[in-house]
Unconditional design. Structure first.
Length: 584
């Protein structure tokens, strides 16, 4: 009998590439730890995409957060200009220079002053960079930009050789280096050679679509390690650089059984009396004026009243306008703003592209760490991109918020009844709970109605409720059915008047019938008493007649006895044996 022999797999510990964290929020997630330690990284892209700011952030975070001094070699910008430019990111480079944690060295190169004669090499540059590295014990180096260094060189063979030698020299120094390069025509860099000798290549892109600009980052290659391969949006502002790692979003988030109030008692009752699931996503859609923002504000107010934080992303109204408007329904949102529990983040949808909106929301959520988020309205982002792009953005935002256990409420401006309810972005299927606020026209007026179309994982009411807003807040009236279905507004009031009149008529008719029956009962009772009296009288007469008849019978019996006795006496007198008659 043959026995199968399975091959034995020999496992051994594989070397792991050491990485230097960049300290840039999101980029370390995309690269799974940072840039390759002790190796050069090529940072390429067109003008204005943020290469210099990325490189300086890498140096600044290394000196401040990781105690790794750095050297910045600039071929274009003067040190004083560079320091002022990165000051927009709140980086105090001058202080780090004074502390000998960063060295900024400018090397002036002019193509007109360069003449190709004899051998061309970078030995002089190596000496200068090496001196700067040794002066502060640098662990990080930035060379900005490499095109300037080789701007006067046309010999491709020498160019390739010196590029390779530069990268190898940086490796030999054991420093983690970033070399910036401009985008070429059909290539990642101008010469198309740098990306081949670099261990890591990161491409920055600043694209414009429908007059909206969006910055994106992509890790083109990363030798010896896994890395994210998608395009990732990033933003640059006064708070630094933020990269949004889309690949970190997934479907591995927890599903909490804890509930959070909707802020509306009647709506809580429609959701098993307990409200939404914590960490779920809620969509409130409806036409203009249906009350979407008011429902959102009640939810935010409820979260803050419970002592938790909430971010309100306002995409159409200013925070001051929202606070003022909500006072009309009895909500004081300003108190939560003053206490630091409610943060408004207001921006126009067309301020920048979709991905930048998403990256900004990610960063604010991470910074503020809220329990709930309101996006009002998500449909306004349709002006910043196509429906498919908005759908994709919303999906990633929902996944991100769920991964952090944040309850998310989105409003959507739409039209249509419950039977034809949909959203232009097709996001209703992404949410766990869907409310539809509908303005129904009847009797010359608009009346609000609330439909609870779905709420996953819980029993919920399927009734259509009239939606009322007043100075005391929101109230959902009980369903009122009339001859033609659910009634609201003046039609309901009129029907209630008719119903009350009908009930009064029925009550009066019942009382009248009751009185008539009572009268008949008394009449019949009187008749019964009369008949009883007549019966008793007749029974008395009958008894008297019986007594009289019995007396007559007794008399007749006595008379018969007396007659019999009388006849017997007469015969005794006339008998012959009578002594008084025997001598005759």
């Amino acid at each position: 009998m043959k026995t199968s022999v399975r091959p034995r797999i020999v496992t051994r510990d594989l070397p792991v590439i050491a990485k230097s964290p960049t300290g840039i929020d999101g980029l370390d997630e995309v690269t799974f730890g940072g840039l390759p330690q002790g190796r050069p990284t090529l940072l390429c892209g067109a003008a204005g995409c943020g290469k210099t700011l990325f490189a300086m952030t890498f140096l600044y975070n290394g000196a401040v957060a990781y105690n790794e001094p750095g050297v910045f070699i600039a071929f274009e910008e003067q040190p004083e200009d560079l320091i002022k430019n990165v000051g927009s990111l709140s980086y105090d480079i001058e202080r780090l220079i004074e502390q000998r944690k960063i060295v900024v060295d400018h090397i002036h190169l002019d193509r007109n002053e360069i003449e190709e004669a004899g051998d061309y090499d970078l030995d002089g540059l190596f000496i200068r960079i090496g001196f700067a590295i040794d002066s502060v014990g640098a662990k990080r180096v930035v060379i900005d930009t490499i095109e300037t260094l080789f701007g006067g060189l046309d010999n491709q063979a020498v160019l390739r050789s010196e590029l390779r030698r530069l990268f190898e020299w940086l490796k030999s120094k054991g420093v983690t280096a970033i070399i910036t390069g401009e985008r070429g025509d059909g290539t990642l860099t101008r010469y198309g050679l740098e990306e081949y000798v670099a261990d890591c290549v990161i491409l920055l892109d600043n694209r414009v679509h429908d007059q909206l600009s969006t910055r994106r980052l992509r890790v083109v290659k990363y030798r010896g390690t896994a890395h994210g391969t998608n395009e990732y949006p990033f933003i640059i502002d006064q708070e630094g650089i933020t990269v949004m790692p889309i690949t970190s979003s997934g479907l591995s988030h927890d599903a909490s059984t804890e509930r959070v109030s909707t802020g509306i008692a009647d709506l809580d009752e429609m959701l098993e009396g307990r409200g939404y699931y914590k960490g779920s996503s809620i969509l409130i859609s409806g036409m203009a004026g249906a009350g979407k923002s008011t429902v959102s504000a009640h939810f935010a107010n409820s979260i803050c009243a419970a002592g938790q934080r909430c971010i309100y992303f306002a995409l159409e109204e200013s925070p001051q306008q929202i606070v003022r408007n909500m006072r009309s329904v009895g909500l004081d949102l300003q108190q939560w703003v003053d206490r630091g529990l409610l943060r408004f983040s207001a921006r126009r949808p067309n301020l920048y592209g979709l991905e930048t909106h998403l990256a900004a929301m990610h960063r604010e959520v991470k910074e503020f760490d809220p329990a709930a988020v309101v996006v009002d309205p998500i449909s306004s982002l349709m002006g910043a991109g196509l429906a498919g792009d908005v759908h994709s953005m919303t999906l990633r935002l929902i996944d991100f918020l769920k991964s952090r256990g944040v309850t998310a409420l989105f409003t959507n401006l739409g039209a249509g009844s419950a039977e034809t309810a949909t959203t232009e972005m097709q996001i209703s299927s992404l949410t766990d709970t869907w409310l539809l606020l509908y303005n129904r026209e009847s009797n010359g007026e608009h009346n609000r109605q609330l439909y609870l179309l779905k709420s996953r994982g819980m029993a919920h009411s399927n009734q259509v409720r009239e939606f009322l807003m007043s100075g005391d807040g929101i109230a959902l009236r009980e369903v009122y059915l009339g001859p033609e279905g659910v009634l609201t507004g003046s039609a309901r009031v009129a029907q209630e008047v008719r119903d009350r009149a009908d009930r009064l008529l029925r009550t009066q008719d019942l009382e009248r019938r009751t009185r008539e029956i009572e009268r008949r009962r008394r009449e019949i009772a009187a008749q019964i008493e009369t008949l009883k009296a007549q019966l008793a009288s007749e029974e008395g007469e009958m008894e008297l007649l019986n007594l009289e008849g019995a007396a007559r019978e007794d008399q007749r019996s006595a008379d018969r006895i007396a007659m019999v006795q009388s006849r017997s006496s007469k015969r005794a007198v006339s008998s012959p044996s009578n002594p008084m008659t025997s001598g005759k």
